[in-house]
Design a binder for this molecule. Structure first.
Ligand SMILES: N[C@@H](CCC(=O)N[C@@H](CS)C(=O)NCC(=O)O)C(=O)O
Length: 251
């Protein structure tokens, strides 16, 4: 699309979007929740316009789309009144129902519910590691321990399911919803003092799963390099997040 590939800032003019009925995807290039939606858009090859938002200096007009000012947001431009969806998991479920190929949520209501519960259980993993991942100098001393304890649930679940992906023999919704953080974890090798890496004894199944998911087409299409993630996190810690360095990359 014709819009410039940069993050819109405070004071910017609201972009004029073409009235072509194509989905409008608002995101920030390094946001893991936006990455969830990017994965689904890529896996299902859904056409969309991309609009990037600076989250420190948010454009005033962004509230018209996302009242809480968060990304991701997806405007359904082809529908009457052009409603906008927010919350990555809600957007993912909507996209899976509207664009069923390939189907990513399980159809059995109980299995689907259990998968959604599992996705929710990733929240403590994220909150425990967030200070380390984002290079916060005041990260609590037990951050890694809490992170690993929360991640154990996923190692155990893979063993219990006995399948290469959480979804079974092919990639599915749990795999895509937790992947963005697995793309980002290796940046800790670059940014953290202890050069943190997942332990192969404790997380053997998850590490195998990680290598497998890394080969997925949508994962590769949406991937940002680990150096770039590290560079972004450092710039954010210094109080000047360099959102647009994402466009040095291929996507
Ligand atoms: N629960 C939301 C979380 C989204 C979220 O926290 N996005 C962050 C960026 S990664 C954001 O918009 N932060 C800006 C803010 O909270 O003002 C989801 O799943 O979409």
């Amino acid at each position: 699309m014709a819009l410039p590939q940069k993050h819109f800032k405070r004071g910017s003019t609201k972009p004029e979007l073409p009235e072509d009925g194509v989905l409008r995807f608002f995101s920030m290039a390094f946001c893991p929740f936006s990455h969830r939606v990017r994965l689904l858009l890529a896996a299902k090859q859904i056409p969309h316009h991309k609009i990037y938002v600076d989250l420190i200096e948010k454009p005033e007009w962004y509230k018209d789309y996302s009242p809480l000012g968060k990304v991701p947001a997806l405007q359904l431009a082809g529908i009457e009144n052009q409603p906008t969806l927010v919350e990555s998991l809600i957007i993912a479920e909507y996209l899976d129902q509207q664009y069923p190929q390939p189907q990513l949520f399980l159809t059995d209501p109980l299995q689907k519910a259990l998968d959604k519960i599992l996705i929710e259980r990733f929240a403590p993993v994220v909150s425990a590691i967030y200070p380390v991942l984002t290079c916060n100098p005041n990260a609590p001393a037990d951050a890694i321990e809490k992170f690993e304890n929360a991640l154990d649930v996923f190692e155990v679940e893979l063993a219990k399911r006995g399948t290469p992906y959480f979804a079974g023999q092919t990639i599915g919704i749990v795999d895509y919803m937790i992947w963005p953080w697995f793309e980002r974890f290796p940046s800790m090798k670059i940014t953290s003092e202890q050069k943190y890496e997942l332990n192969t004894n404790r997380f053997g199944k998850l590490l195998k799963w990680r290598d497998l998911v890394a080969q997925d087409e949508a994962v590769q299409k949406t991937a940002l390099d680990v150096q770039l993630h590290a560079e972004f996190q450092k710039s954010k810690t210094l109080g000047n997040p360099q959102y647009d360095i994402a466009f040095k990359a291929k996507y």
